[in-house]
Design a protein around this ligand. Structure first.
Ligand SMILES: Cc1cc2nc3c(=O)[nH]c(=O)nc-3n(C[C@H](O)[C@H](O)[C@H](O)COP(=O)(O)OP(=O)(O)OC[C@H]3O[C@@H](n4cnc5c(N)ncnc54)[C@H](O)[C@@H]3O)c2cc1C
Ligand code: SF4
Length: 509
């Protein structure tokens, strides 16, 4: 019988993976490997590496219990070839294998490496997504603007989620308008379910501590789910206790609460432990049962079948050069406080510290705090991209890059967003209580105590006036500036220059 190798990557931990479906349990061999190349192409957060390795080890055991032969290479195995392709070549020689079956990886880097490998490769589509590449390309074809909302409606029609025949339930596609409430005083949800590490996880934690202990990020306490059973329990716990309020407070931030009503399932969906459609069906059922209101259920389902699918579509449509786009020509170095949280800006310091501890920050922290700051300050988007890719446990390039290069940094020139997501301190003040605990004063528009977001906001708009002043969604901002008296404008821009100079000098602000 001819033996083929079946590659299963660390974010392909799904029993229904297309490569496994194409393979033959009796003759083919599953190859899984913890390799240095993947663990170190950016300095990943130790929690992220530990999560992936632990989940891989458990998935390999589950496959073996299910009758598969699995060749698993641990990171510290002396034979470890150090790369995915190196491991495939080694195993191919060992078994005299005729070729490799692989589900398409989520990064151009790996797709290209597999294609260049001197082995017969059968690369098949990743069917764990709702839209195929072809469907997204067909949708994008001939459109002047690739707005998520239109794509999302097609995904609602395709899946039938929250549909009443061919109409959206309750008569509206999008309830985002109801989902912008500021942070509540009391959050009656204690965050994600936390799991005590078992022996497999402990062994991985020791390995990661030893090999990646110097990377940015706190490894212990480690609380992530590492198999599908645990991930499902976490999802069910969240649906029961937090989903009803998810919509209302989706954009809120709190100084002393890291998770609010967020689901904390992106790690699990992206690695393959949870199936996106099943997750949405569970949420839809909660709505049908009267447990969750429409703004919560629709808001959540839109994130998954809308934003998540759309981001993937953009990544593959735009091609491998997407991560080097930089239309605003931003070239400032990433400030050191992105790595040590040592800044007087409370919102940034809290978000970075939480990222260090949990390998998690929620959407608005990523977009309107760290992302907003990086964009306003003109940080090189590639450096920003590498930071996000390294520090978040849910970060894989197919989803991280369109969120960072596109949505957050506008480096793609407006493919993902019709305008840059920039704001002064007023937005952060409205949506959080960070400013109450800050050294800066959010109400000060100039002067030594002025919130740096207030200063850099105008500096950004003026630097890029030519590009943005004709944008219909930004006209108001420029009109406000034009109405300011000249001495105030001068003071704002000169104070902004001081902040930027300090950043250039490597000082913390
Ligand atoms: C600058 C920036 C970088 C980001 N990088 C990543 C990343 O590397 N990986 C990642 O999965 N998400 C990324 N996101 C999207 C989003 O912030 C995370 O998916 C979310 O914070 C995960 O937390 P959660 O599971 O609690 O999400 P919830 O708020 O509970 O949302 C539910 C789910 O919706 C999906 N989702 C929500 N928003 C998005 C989005 N914009 N793109 C894709 N999926 C989305 C996720 O699967 C998430 O688990 C990024 C957003 C920004 C602004
Ligand atoms: S005052 Fe400015 S820097 Fe401080 S927390 Fe508010 S927005 Fe952030």
């Amino acid at each position: 019988m001819v033996t083929r190798l079946v590659l299963v990557l660390g974010d392909q931990l799904s029993p229904n993976l297309s490569a496994l479906q194409k393979a033959d349990k009796d003759s083919d061999i599953v190859v899984m490997a913890e390799v240095a190349d993947e663990a170190s192409y950016v300095p990943h957060h130790p929690k992220k590496i530990a999560f992936i390795f632990a989940a891989m080890r458990k998935f390999a055991d589950a496959l073996r219990n299910n009758g598969w032969q699995v060749d698993y290479t641990k990171l510290d195995d002396p034979e470890n070839a150090g790369s995915v392709t190196g491991e495939l070549l080694r195993r191919a020689e060992q078994h005299d294998a005729s070729g490799v079956i692989a589900t398409e990886p989520g990064e151009w880097r790996l797709i290209e490496a597999l294609q260049e490998m001197p082995l017969k490769l059968h690369m098949i589509a990743d069917t764990r997504f709702i839209a195929s590449h072809k469907e997204f390309e067909d949708w994008a074809e001939g459109r002047k603007e690739l707005r998520m909302e239109w794509f999302y409606r097609d995904m609602r029609r395709k899946t039938g989620l929250l549909m009443d025949g061919d109409k959206p339930v309750e008569g509206k596609w999008n309830f985002d308008h109801d989902n912008r409430k500021p942070a509540p005083d009391d959050v009656d949800f204690n965050g994600p379910m936390q799991f005590t590490p078992d022996d497999t996880v402990e062994e991985v934690l020791d390995l990661v501590e030893q090999r990646f202990g110097d990377n940015f990020g706190t490894l212990r306490p480690f609380w992530f789910a590492t198999d599908t059973g645990q991930a499902r329990r976490q999802l069910t716990h969240w649906v029961k206790h937090a989903l009803p309020k998810f919509g209302d407070f989706q954009d809120a931030m709190l100084n002393d609460n890291r998770f609010l009503y967020h689901s904390i399932i992106s790690f699990y969906i992206n690695a393959g432990l949870l199936d996106p459609l099943e997750v949405c069906e569970q949420v839809e059922q909660a709505y049908k049962d009267g447990h969750a209101p429409i703004n919560a259920a629709e808001g959540f389902i839109r994130q998954i079948i809308g934003w998540r699918e759309y981001m993937r579509g953009i990544y593959f449509l735009e091609g491998p050069d997407y991560t080097s786009r930089n239309v605003l020509k931003h070239d400032r170095a990433l400030p050191s406080f992105f790595w040590d949280a040592n800044t007087k800006m409370n919102c940034v310091s809290k978000t970075v510290a939480q990222t260090r501890d949990e390998s998690y920050a929620h959407h608005i922290q990523r977009l309107m705090v760290t992302g907003n700051f990086a964009l306003l300050a003109g940080i090189d988007p590639h450096e920003v991209h590498e930071w996000y890719l390294a520090v978040y446990a849910d970060a894989y390039e197919w989803v991280e890059a369109p969120n960072v290069i596109g949505m957050s940094q506008f480096a793609d020139g407006g493919i993902v967003g019709s305008k840059p997501y920039v704001s002064s301190g007023a937005y952060i003040d409205r949506m959080s209580d960070y400013c109450k605990h800050c050294n800066y004063k959010v109400k000060d528009k100039t002067g030594p105590d002025a919130c740096p977001f207030n200063l850099l906001y105008w500096d950004f708009l003026i630097r890029h006036r030519e590009r943005f002043s004709n944008n219909p969604r930004m006209g108001n901002m420029y009109r406000t500036w034009d109405r300011m008296d000249e001495s105030r404008k001068e003071a704002v821009l000169s104070d902004a220059r001081v902040v930027l100079k300090r950043l250039d000098a490597g000082e913390s602000i």
